[in-house]
Design a protein around this ligand. Structure first.
Ligand SMILES: [Zn+2]
Length: 257
């Protein structure tokens, strides 16, 4: 296991990462790890003001600005909103995404999330993670990787299903930078989220969730994750920030902070 990790955040729409795990990704970057953000969809339905073509162009710029604030490399997979399904070609897209980025850690969405783009991306990333290391899969572009990444699930969006987390990441020092990344998605908080979901203050929601998770683990703000309970995802060292992959200095496997 290298001391510097590669992390792939595989999410559905521009802004998912910022809402769910930006603080954690910022911590990875601050520790010197490489972070990719792979967004499945263009965000073409995310507006009450613009056409699909207009808003996806706006959201591509916003996604890049958000990734820049986090310090991550952005990959856009180009699916239209609502069109991410669990089928063979899309699964192979995720096999190739994982092979291309070669992550030690994948952070993706929960299988119980309320939007099928979210739950399908979560399943695709999870179901591709083992196979990315396997040879002889037809119609893939990249060679197999030499290990199986550990898969973590972020919270459901809006905490529509609240599961007990396995791990917490203290994002107190990164919280303002997380909000700054979220502010790059002006088309959402100034228009779509407000008009579609009736949420006047998107940032208050993120503050409440981060504070709740922080209360639970004894810090001011936190993000929470569950690890996939399958071989070989559990490790005897910590892969979430603060990363402790050195066995001699590792915290116990269940240590949260
Ligand atoms: Zn989303």
């Amino acid at each position: 296991m290298p001391e510097k990790l590669t992390v792939l955040a595989a999410t559905a729409h521009p802004d998912d990462v910022e809402v769910l795990c930006a603080g954690t990704l910022i911590r990875y970057v601050k520790e010197g790890h490489k972070v990719y953000i792979a967004i499945a969809c263009t965000g073409n339905v995310g507006s009450k003001l613009h056409t699909g073509l207009e808003i996806e162009a706006i959201r591509a710029v916003e996604a890049q600005r958000g990734a820049d604030v986090i310090g991550a490399e952005l990959i856009m997979l180009g699916y239209r909103d609502g069109e991410v399904w669990q089928n063979n070609p899309t699964w192979k897209t995720y096999v190739d995404l994982i092979r291309r980025t070669n992550p030690d850690v994948i952070i993706t969405l929960d299988r119980d999330d309320y939007v099928h783009d979210h739950s399908n991306v979560g399943e695709l990333a999870y179901r591709a993670a083992i196979w990315a290391s396997v040879a002889n899969i037809p119609d893939t572009q990249y060679p197999p990787i030499d290990h199986i990444p550990t898969v973590f699930r972020a919270e459901t969006v809006w905490m529509t299903r609240v599961a007990p987390p396995d791990y917490y990441v203290d994002i107190t020092e990164e919280f303002e930078q997380k909000l700054e990344a979220c502010r790059q998605h002006e088309s959402q908080y100034s228009d779509f989220v407000k008009k579609q979901f009736g949420i006047d203050d998107w940032f208050e929601y993120m503050t409440v969730v981060s504070k709740l998770r922080g209360f639970q683990c004894g810090c001011k703000y936190a993000e929470a994750f569950r690890v996939e309970q399958t071989w070989p995802n559990h490790k005897p060292y910590r892969l979430l920030p603060p990363v402790q992959v050195n066995a001699h200095s590792a915290a116990p496997a269940g240590s949260n902070l």
